[in-house]
Design a protein around this ligand. Sequence first.
Ligand SMILES: [Zn+2]
Length: 322
Amino acid sequence: MTEALIVACPACNTLNRAPRDKLAAGGGKCGQCGSPLFAGHPVALSAQSFESHAAKSDIPLLVDFWAPWCGPCKAMAPQFEQAASQLEPKVRFAKVNTDEEQQLAGRFGIQGIPTMILFQRGREVARQSGLMNAAGIERWVELAGSQRRSGEQILNLEVSLDDAIKIAGKDPATEMEVVYYQGKRLSTPQDLANTQKAPGFRREDEKVIDVESTTERREWKRVNKRVTTARQLKDQVVAARAKFYEAKIPRGAGGKENIGIVEYGTNLAPGFDRARIESDLKHFLNYDAISKQYLDKLIVRFIDKTGVQDELVIPVPGGASP
Ligand SMILES: [Zn+2]
């Protein structure tokens, strides 16, 4: 089947009709100007060319709203470029300079940059603010593509439910909370609410991981009020760095520090004191190759009802790779 798709030319914005098979194989040139219809690079859009690419084209359009003075935007540019080379021609990648195209920025209510919006035939289907790396962008687009609504289609983009849940739970650029209960990931607030009502649910079995994304650092937080075995200590560090590992965001990516935070209650279990915890964790970080590659720093907080009482900051020794 060679269904024809309408594609706007990245060079002259002329609308072309191109067979899907040919596009998928990396071919297709503009009938007007001869430029390749997809070159694997984001195209800069103005208010005029935006309409051709967003509303008149059959190809989903991913726009990075950015500005030249924005540090995170600059950090994201090569990542966006890399994702374009991976995902085109399934998705057209484009950039809108919000200083020059204030009308577009206003029309879509851009509050902070960088902001990415995925459009399908002119309609916004997903939006994401904050710095993301190439792998994160690719997964986010694929996830958005999997959330089809009837009558609409994102081209050839599907992820399994498993992947979708993984993605939903692990995007460090988004503030969200992932809760595990007895090893099972509860991906929605409804999951959590149902589980908390289940017979035998014990609050202390909850393991909460918070994500905070700031411009300087990314944090995963794991809360476990009481530690009773050395194994638990190690497991918490593993959990605190697992999110960066799963999302393939090595230390230093995007100019941010990856910081794992674990929080313990001040009423430590017998056999555990601050010095023991510090030496055990230092020892673990010293030989754990994944921590060395994905974690810049581990912060251990000792908390009670009134807040953080004490804090250990443990830098992770040199990376396993440069
Ligand atoms: Zn052209």
